[in-house]
Write a protein that binds this ligand. Structure first.
Ligand SMILES: CC(=O)SCCNC(=O)CCNC(=O)[C@H](O)C(C)(C)COP(=O)(O)OP(=O)(O)OC[C@H]1O[C@@H](n2cnc3c(N)ncnc32)[C@H](O)[C@@H]1OP(=O)(O)O
Ligand SMILES: O=C([O-])CC(=O)C(=O)O
Length: 376
């Protein structure tokens, strides 16, 4: 039997505040950003429109979108001092540590002096994150100092060009765009809550984001897309996947990319990214990674009634696009920055310091014993 404390553990099921940004699992499995269903957004808009929506509460007109994209394009390059710092970070560092350092260092160079600058700071991070990731990756792995500006109109296309040095296919650009939309916002998840707690002390946008990156890094949260890839690439066939997953469950191991704290039967982002994974598998000609992923999904549902969350089919999707596994979670940062920043702005607009209480379970009151008389 689980020894988890009913109700209290992980603050599950407790409301920790109000938001106008997002609903998760309200009708069982739904997800909306500012009232728009995730499937509608993933089908009909671009990531920049979603970023604008989260920062302003409304989708942009064409004119507003054009000027927003122009603004973001001017914010993509990195200051030389940040490039020098990124060059010092070893190739075997975890890229999430690179993102955390990059974010924090940018906050030294271009601090958010007061809250009137919050959108500027958010847009700066949004535009600069792809270059922070790729400048470090290409320098530390290939010895190349890349140009951090590209001619790509979208952040997704910009990221892919920085990474590979050439313009990605229209299909890959669209998949990246959809992926960034799916990861953008998710109510009071752990990293966003971290950002809001930090914001509630009236701290700055760079500190809130740095803390959120550290929280997203863990395998129970954003790190699950990378961990899922590490797992599925070890499976040689759908049958092998089922056998090995059975053994993992016997050993009571967590299977990364499955289950969710809020959704109970499915994650609406999974169906969308799974379709793209299938399309990319067919385009690739080798569908084995997709077939193995589907076998994992069937096995987990049949044996444990656990379903894929947003991370699971992202693993095969990114792999089919030739993205190195270690960059999977940093891509999540490039997207979720929008949710984090929108929540920081919302917290600031109606702030009270977040400071819950704890149920004390320690020693009864006692007196200090002189050190010479203490027993081990
Ligand atoms: C974008 C995202 O961040 S989505 C989440 C990404 N994280 C992962 O994929 C990591 C794997 N998943 C998990 O660890 C969990 O499902 C979480 C962290 C997402 C949610 O955790 P919780 O809300 O505590 O899960 P929940 O209470 O529903 O778990 C119920 C039972 O199912 C088990 N379970 C849940 N997920 C899994 C899993 N992926 N593999 C094996 N067992 C699992 C739990 O151990 C628990 O069993 P217990 O009661 O015997 O301890
Ligand atoms: O909401 C959660 O707990 C985790 C999640 O899916 C996300 O942050 O996208």
């Amino acid at each position: 039997m689980s020894n988890k404390k009913a109700g209290g553990a992980g603050l599950r099921g407790q409301s920790a505040g109000e938001t106008t940004l997002c609903t998760v699992g309200q009708s069982g499995s739904g997800l909306t950003y500012c009232g728009y269903d995730i499937a509608d957004l993933a089908e009909n808009v671009t990531f920049e429109e979603v970023a604008y929506l989260l920062f302003n509460g409304e989708l942009p007109t064409q004119q507003q979108l054009d000027s927003y994209k122009t603004e973001l394009n001017t914010l993509r390059d990195l200051p030389q001092a940040l490039k020098e710092v990124l060059k010092l970070i070893p190739a075997n560092s975890h890229p999430m540590d690179v993102m955390r350092t990059g974010c924090s260092f940018l906050g030294n160079l271009e601090p958010e002096a007061d809250f009137s600058e919050q959108k500027r700071a958010s847009n700066r991070l949004l535009a600069a994150f792809p270059a922070i990731m790729c400048y470090w990756y290409r320098y530390s792995h290939d010895g190349v100092e890349i140009d951090c500006q590209t001619d790509q109109p979208t952040l997704g296309g910009h990221f892919l060009k920085l990474l590979k040095g050439e313009t990605a296919s229209l299909q890959h650009q669209r998949v990246m765009d959809v992926s960034l939309i799916l990861y953008a916002e998710h109510e009071f998840n752990a990293s966003t809550f971290t950002a809001r707690v930090c914001a509630s002390t009236l701290s700055d946008m760079f500190s809130c984001t740095t803390g959120a990156i550290g929280t997203l890094r863990g395998p129970l949260h954003g790190g699950a897309n990378e961990a899922a890839m590490d797992m599925i690439e070890k499976f040689t066939s759908p049958e092998d996947a089922k056998e090995k997953m059975g053994l993992m469950l016997e050993r009571k191991e967590k299977i990364m990319g499955f289950g969710h704290a809020i959704y109970k039967t499915s994650d609406p982002r999974n169906i969308i990214i799974k379709k793209w994974s299938e399309k990319l598998a067919k385009e690739n000609g080798d569908t084995s990674l997709y077939d193995i992923s589907v076998a994992c999904e069937e096995f987990m549902w049949d044996t444990k009634k656990l379903f894929c969350n947003a991370d699971f089919f992202h693993a095969s999707t990114y792999n089919y696009m030739g993205i190195p596994t270690k960059l999977f979670t940093p891509i999540f940062v490039c997207s979720r920055l929008t949710g984090w920043a929108a929540h920081v702005m919302e917290q600031r607009a109606n702030n009270r310091i977040i400071r819950p209480s704890a149920d004390y379970t320690g020693s009864a009151p006692r007196k200090v014993i002189a050190i010479a008389e203490r027993e081990a």
